[in-house]
Design a protein around this ligand. Structure first.
Ligand code: NAP
Length: 294
């Protein structure tokens, strides 16, 4: 069997065209331009590149972006003040603080400071908790991108065995919860899982987000499985690879995402979606989604 290679770039392009149309409706009907504020602390080159990518995505679909660049010496209190200002700014619909932050700033207090209604990354405790009850205000972007890929390819989730390799708060755990919400039977594996292959061989849908190149080889993949590779690793020779032995596994799977060109394209796209959704809610709701649900 040779897998269908899922073109994340094409799916992202199609979705972005739809989002562009939604932005036009917001403009013409409500005179609202969706806006995303991105806070970047320090000069980490990888973070700068991620932020550039997000801002370019905003431009592509017509979202206004506001970049707040702060020096690495910024105190936690100063950062919280910036977030407070943006929380109170009705022209801003989404707030994103690019991680990682300098070591002297506590990430949880920063994330909890962001208004739930503007937490377009979906990292606030309220949004995290909502994944358990199926009641998030915003879904976290990478897991949401995985879900959208499955939807786009008409891959049934209900009743399927899903194995998620990786249990981080931003990818593995939320992905598992979102797919469980769609009535999959879900297993989460992590570094201390004994005999990883014992579990992955059961997977109808295998989602891998461990950050370990070549972790998933054909011998531990079920024939016909759908394999979604979230991993993004830079090898010493500069090549970007995922966590899956792509060449080997594509001969055994039914669907597979490449790296690059798979899930990575979807993460920023879902951030754009969440920002537009926030603007739509602000334009049309008389009460906030947070208060409605609380
Ligand atoms: P992370 O916080 O480092 O978490 C990695 C998870 O994988 C942990 O739960 C860890 O287990 C588990 N793990 C590590 N080695 C393992 C092994 N040998 N067997 C089984 N599980 C193992 O990383 P992350 O932020 O979730 O990111 C994971 C990968 O996805 C990275 O390559 C990252 O670059 C990529 N990523 C891509 C996107 C995108 O848009 N494409 C977005 C986010 C992340 P423990 O919990 O036991 O430590």
């Amino acid at each position: 069997m040779t897998a269908k290679i899922i073109d994340g770039k094409a799916i992202a392009k199609k979705l972005r065209a739809e989002y562009h149309a939604r932005v036009e409706v917001l403009r013409s009907r409500y005179n609202v331009t969706p806006a995303l504020a991105v806070i970047l602390v320090g000069d980490n080159p990888a973070s700068q590149s991620y932020v550039r990518n997000k801002i370019a995505g905003c431009k592509e679909v017509g979202i206004r972006s506001e970049l707040v660049e702060l020096p690495a010496s910024t105190t936690e209190e100063q950062l919280l003040d910036h977030i407070e200002r943006l929380n109170n700014d009705v022209t801003v619909h989404g707030i994103l603080v690019q991680l990682p932050l300098p070591a002297h700033i506590r990430v949880p207090s920063v994330i909890e400071k962001i208004s739930v209604e503007k937490d377009v990354d979906g990292f606030h405790l309220y949004n995290m908790g909502g994944l358990v009850t199926g009641n998030t205000v915003f879904s976290p972007c990478t897991p949401y991108g995985v879900q959208k890929i499955l939807e786009h390819e008409n891959i049934r989730v209900e009743g399927q065995n899903v194995v998620v390799v990786g249990a981080s708060n931003i990818v593995g755990k939320p992905t598992a919860l979102m797919l469980m919400q769609q009535d999959a039977t879900v297993v989460i594996c992590h570094k201390k899982t004994r005999d990883l292959g014992h579990f992955t061989l059961l997977a109808d849908i295998l989602v891998v987000a461990a950050g370990v190149p070549n972790l998933i080889v054909p011998q531990i993949v079920k024939t016909g499985a759908v394999v979604i590779d979230v991993g993004f690793n830079r090898l010493p020779d500069g090549r970007i690879v995922g966590d899956v032995d792509f060449e080997g596994v594509k001969e055994k799977a039914s669907y597979i995402t490449p790296v690059p060109g798979g899930v990575g394209q979807m993460t920023v796209t879902m951030l754009l979606h969440n920002t537009i959704l926030s603007a739509e809610r602000a334009a049309t709701a008389t009460t906030s989604p947070f208060r409605r649900r609380a």
